[in-house]
Design a protein around this ligand. Structure first.
Ligand code: FAD
Ligand code: NAD
Length: 443
């Protein structure tokens, strides 16, 4: 341990961009501190993935029961209050569990808000904490529309804490959070309108599949308004009036501003000590190092082209563990990173996209899987995928819309990353019957 400082490595933020790497780093004998101003574990367990997927679980059950109507008798209904209580029960123990893991590895948790004083010092509520290396891992926060009445809108965290589901909801934006939360709110019985910025939802996903999900949601009563240009929110009794377009308006009980998430880079003193950052995040080199040698960044707060997701943050914090513990001096090389939108059906993808495949003349195989016997088991009505191959028939990418798309893409992940050939694929024996076996049959 460096005697001159309180810590060898000090992390600002306690999310996946930190703890997955900080714990093994401390276990390897390095003196580590973590500063956190909110719940331990950050966004994913407390306000993101884990919370959201718990609210999604009854939606998938509801959908399944619809498909099996006749085979299974009775009409299911989501009890919103109970669903939120169940979500809370699932996530309540996570900060304690993660905090316990962190503390048991010998890390100091410093509760409070951190601001850089100099390259080696962070002030936590006025108290200096010094370190040889510092990792900025402060994540993102919701972007809020800068329009009159913006304080009347809410964010995803507040949505997941609603004890009563509003009768009518307006969701602004049509990205990940919008599409996942409209699915949940609609299934739970709310009348939802999505006010889109442009004419496309989920821009980075394969649009024919996105449109299938939108058409299904429309049939379920969701309204989508393209190019809505929301201009203001006004209070009217217990309702909020959303003004948009040319003199159009909508009266709703609740508004979700889902217009994106922005990096937590302000109020950290970065400009004062000269760390380079911009509106997309902290600028780093291929070692996740900022322009100041001893200061690094990890997770969502980085300005990067890779998707800002939990597994990316885990990969980065693990990379820094290997670098700081002396196990690796190599630059970071990201594997293919899959992504999924938890609509119902889901849309998932990995590797080369259909658009890139067309540009590069790769082989494109489109599979309508509704007739596949294994998909018929679950009576899926929307079930398609597109597989991209090179001229040696190695899988380069895949995208799927179906109830099990996340598992299909997880199954195909090693084939894409490790470029398995036909002989290697044929060598593997699968559990049968299963979605994985059914997926590998397509290769
Ligand atoms: C609603 C929602 C759903 C999501 N669903 C998924 C999903 O299904 N799958 C997926 O892969 N990803 C999902 N994500 C994204 C995922 O949550 C993030 O990619 C992940 O949490 C990034 O981890 P991080 O450590 O970089 O940042 P965070 O988890 O945001 O951690 C940053 C931490 O820094 C703390 N902090 C900030 N400033 C300071 C300061 N000055 N002093 C002290 N502490 C500070 C914050 O309080 C926070 O705890 C979702 C996100 C949201 C919002
Ligand atoms: N399943 C998952 O993995 C998952 C789920 C939720 C969130 N996330 C993560 O959280 C991030 C943030 O999600 P998000 O949905 O907030 O962001 P997003 O970038 O996915 O979507 C933002 C939406 O807001 C719209 N928009 C932007 N500016 C606008 C404006 N001025 N007026 C109206 N609309 C505007 C955009 O067109 C887009 O539709 C994601 O990028 C992802 O990294 C991941």
């Amino acid at each position: 341990m460096t005697q001159q400082y309180d810590y060898d490595v000090l992390y600002l933020g306690s999310g996946h961009g930190t703890f997955d790497g900080a714990v093994p780093l401390a276990q390897s004998g390095v003196k580590v501190g973590i500063i956190e101003k909110d719940l331990i574990g950050g966004t994913c367990p407390n306000y993101g993935c884990n919370a959201k997927i718990t609210l999604d679980a009854p939606v998938t059950l509801l959908r399944e029961s619809e498909r099996f109507s006749g085979v299974v008798a009775g009409n299911l209904k989501i009890n919103w209050k109970e669903s939120v209580a169940h979500k809370q029960e699932v996530i309540d123990e996570l900060p304690g569990m993660i905090g316990g893991l962190i503390k048991s590895s010998g890390i100091d948790i410093i509760q409070g808000s951190g601001v850089f004083q100099d390259n080696h010092t962070i002030l936590v509520d006025g108290q200096p904490k010094t370190a040889d290396k510092i990792v900025i891992s402060t994540g993102l926060r919701p972007h809020r529309l800068d329009i009159p009445g913006s304080e009347l809108a809410h964010d995803s965290r507040e949505f997941m804490d609603l004890t009563e589901l509003p009768d009518k909801i307006a969701i602004i934006g049509s990205g990940y959070i919008s599409m996942e939360f409209v699915t949940i709110a609609n299934a739970a019985g709310s009348d939802v309108t999505v006010l889109m910025h442009g004419d496309k939802a989920l821009k980075e996903f394969y649009q024919p599949y996105v449109n299938k999900v939108i058409d299904d949601l429309k049939e379920r009563g969701v309204k989508f308004v393209k190019n809505a240009k929301v201009s203001s929110f006004e209070k009217s009794g217990d309702q909020v009036i959303v003004n948009y377009g040319d003199d159009q308006s909508l009266s709703v009980g609740w508004v979700l501003d889902a217009t994106g998430r922005i990096p937590n880079t302000d109020n950290l003193g970065l400009a004062k000590i000269g760390v380079n950052y911009n509106e997309k995040g902290v600028v780093v080199n291929e070692y996740l190092q900022t322009n100041i040698d001893n200061i690094y960044a990890s997770g969502d707060v980085i300005d990067k082209t890779q998707p800002k997701l939990t597994p990316t943050a885990i990969f980065e914090s693990t990379y820094l563990f290997k670098r700081f513990s002396g196990q690796s001096r190599e630059p970071i090389t990201y594997p293919v990173i899959p992504s999924v939108v938890f609509t119902s059906p889901r849309i998932a993808k990995v590797g080369v996209t259909v658009e890139e495949a067309k540009e590069n003349n790769y082989q494109i195989e489109e599979n309508n899987l509704v007739g596949d016997w294994y998909r018929k088991v679950n009576k899926e009505t929307i079930s398609e995928n597109t597989l991209i191959f090179d001229d040696e028939h190695r899988l380069l990418g895949a995208t799927e819309v179906s109830e099990q798309a996340e598992n299909v893409i997880n199954t195909l992940l090693p084939v894409v990353e490790f470029k398995f050939n036909k002989a290697e694929i044929a060598r593997l024996i699968h559990l049968f019957p299963s979605i994985s076996a059914s997926t590998w049959d397509l290769l």
